[in-house]
Design a binder for this molecule. Structure first.
Ligand code: SAH
Length: 597
């Protein structure tokens, strides 16, 4: 079953009531509405095809309230891997039909049943096995892992043809299904050649035997050393084999918080595709060290404590070892475990740039990070532009000036296991939060920040938006100068303006003015006029991509400092920058690729 909250997509306002009804049964779901055709939705989009394909590629369950045919045509070109397909469903605008289309391996039929129940209709389930047996053998519930999905198709066909199946092992979702289980008295019935085995052991599956591993085992790692990831993975495989445990029965890998981010743990988690979780020393259960003797003392007590803590009450130690990569211990719980509910995951900090305006200038990567983050941190105005939160996400507004404090706050939050998105407008690395985060780490970095997974996701910067609106003024060498003298002395800024003017760069000015800062831009114009013609084109881009957007082209000689404010980016052309009049009014501005000195 897919854990990501679904995206509910609508193309017109008429679909909103049904979308809301569906949204109410999926906490965390978001309603995506076509711009200009819908209002009151969570996220606006302009391009249906692109949006659908992006969500699909990110493995987000999709519930589209539109004709099934549109969805099929949109997704058909990118269908390739059945196992990576998220659930995709079409729902009729009046709620009269719920049609599961894709994602059979990720619980699409269960979703269809849930939605249909809320809409009080019958779901259009066409998967024979599902209808007949009231369970999807191919997509077991959370906590179970099917070891041989490739055998399942024929297996299910045989069941549908009337064969009976023997159940070995325990799993209530199987006993409560409508599967044609052979009764205990029939267990030795030679007709029942099909078997379903529920076991944590690494048994060899066959076409006549589906093997499900309950995720009962916790694998703890301590005393890690730097070693090739393949070697570490092969140690784990060997240890699992020694413990007679299937890799599919491992619910998660567990370690101490101080080992967060260790490459060996990262590699193991990635290889086995199970959660990696971290615990604090004080939260661990006691472990009687006298037992060390019983176990030949060839493991570390902390590893045993971690494995037993994660596996919970009544769990028992079933494996332990010490290699030159790590010490480890394995514990077995009595029931499948949801590892994501134990300890914390490795903290993540993504510093993202949302572009200058709204969603249309936000990269798919940034949209995904924002969707998946647990916490958004940023200046209130930027967070508003980033869109609305889904349920369960926390928003931390801050003052625009306290950049370092905000960086430390975000790092602390990530170190506690959260997935934090620090939001900047434009590009996060251009006069924005990315540098502040690295500065915080560089100046008084706390040891716990070391384990955080940090990434910077770029965005379109204001100068690019302004340049695009005007034509191509940055087509040749250019430089970028912030006119804010809060973080650097004015003499330095003046020196740079002169140097850039002499070097004949086109110049993009950020932070040209604010309510408190007016004279700096006037002085900048004065310096520029010492080196450039009064006819040099100037572009003033204000609120680009946002409500109240304006783009104005004027000449350096007529440009007044009062024409710009803190929402404006100013581009001053080089000696080569030219103006091309547009036929029906206005101008294009461009700087040729070739330089004629
Ligand atoms: N990281 C941002 C810049 C932040 S500095 C980026 O890459 O765009 C803030 C300055 O950026 C503002 O004073 C203004 O000069 C410029 N700016 C940011 N967004 C803008 C927008 N939408 N329209 C015009 N200028 C913008």
């Amino acid at each position: 079953m897919n854990r990501v909250s679904p995206a509910i997509i609508i193309l017109g306002q008429n679909s909103l009531p049904i979308a809301r009804k569906i949204s109410a049964i999926f906490p965390g779901s978001q309603i995506y509405g076509l711009r200009d055709r819908t209002s009151g939705v969570d996220i606006n989009f302009t391009n249906f095809g692109e949006t659908l394909r992006e969500l699909f590629a990110a493995e987000t369950p999709i519930i589209a309230i539109c004709a099934a045919g549109i969805i099929i045509r949109t997704l058909a070109p990118i269908l390739s891997d059945k196992r990576a397909e998220p659930p995709v469903l079409a729902v009729a605008e009046d709620g009269s039909a719920v049609v599961p289309l894709l994602g059979g391996l990720h619980g699409v039929n269960d979703l269809a049943r849930k939605i249909a129940a809320a809409l009080e209709v019958q779901p259009a389930i066409t998967t024979t096995g599902d209808i007949r047996f009231r369970t999807a053998l191919l997509s077991p519930p959370p906590g179970y892992y099917l070891a041989n999905p490739d055998d399942a198709k024929t297996f299910i066909s045989n069941l549908l043809a009337g064969e009976k199946v023997r159940l070995e092992g325990k799993a209530s979702w199987l006993t409560e299904s409508n599967l044609p289980l052979a009764q205990p008295s029939e267990r030795i019935d030679p007709d029942a050649k099909l078997t379903i085995r529920v076991t944590d052991k690494a048994v060899l599956p066959t076409p006549d035997c589906l093997v499900y591993h309950p995720k009962n085992a916790t694998f703890a790692l301590t005393q890690l050393s730097q070693i090739e990831s393949e070697t570490a993975v092969s140690y784990v495989q060997q240890i699992l084999e020694n413990a007679d445990l299937a890799a599919g029965a491992v619910a998660g890998f567990f370690a101490l918080k101080s080992d967060m981010g260790h490459p060996v743990i990262e590699a193991i988690g990635k290889y086995f595709q199970v959660p990696v979780r971290f615990l604090n020393l004080p939260e661990l259960v006691e472990f009687d060290s006298a037992k060390l003797i019983e176990y030949n003392a060839c493991f570390e007590v902390t590893a045993a404590q971690i494995a037993l803590t994660a596996a919970g009450a009544n769990s028992e130690l079933i494996g332990y070892d010490r290699t030159n990569a790590f010490s480890c211990a394995i514990a077995l719980a009595t029931e499948p475990i949801d590892a994501t509910a134990i300890g914390v995951s490795r903290g993540k900090l993504a510093i993202v740039g949302t572009g200058p305006g709204g969603a249309q200038w936000m990269s798919p990567e940034v949209k995904q990070i924002l969707r998946e983050a647990t916490d958004w941190v940023g200046y209130k105005f930027y967070l508003d532009l980033a869109g609305s939160l889904r349920e369960g996400q926390q928003r931390h507004d801050s003052d625009n000036r306290e950049e370092l404090d905000r960086a430390c706050f975000a790092l602390d939050l990530a170190a506690s296991g959260k997935s934090v998105a620090v939001v900047s407008s434009g590009d996060p690395g251009i006069f924005a939060m990315a540098a502040a985060v690295f500065e915080a780490m560089d100046s008084d970095g706390k040891p716990e920040w070391q384990g955080i997974e940090i990434r910077v996701a770029p965005g379109i910067s204001a100068m690019q938006a302004a340049a695009a609106a005007a034509g191509a003024p940055l087509g040749h060498d250019f430089c970028v100068i912030s006119l804010s003298d809060i973080l650097k002395p004015w003499e330095v800024i003046e020196g740079r303006i002169s140097a850039a003017a002499i070097a004949d760069f086109a110049i993009a000015f950020y932070n040209p003015a604010s309510k408190q800062r007016q004279w700096q831009l006037a002085r900048a114009i004065e310096i520029l006029l010492q080196h450039r013609d009064a006819e040099t084109p100037v572009i003033l881009g204000r609120n680009l991509g946002r409500p109240g957007e304006s783009v104005r082209v004027c000449q350096l000689g007529e440009f007044q400092a009062t024409d710009a404010d803190m929402r404006t980016v100013v581009i001053v052309g080089s000696s080569q920058t030219r103006i091309v009049p547009r036929k029906y009014g206005g101008d294009w501005v461009y700087t040729p690729r070739r330089y004629e000195g």
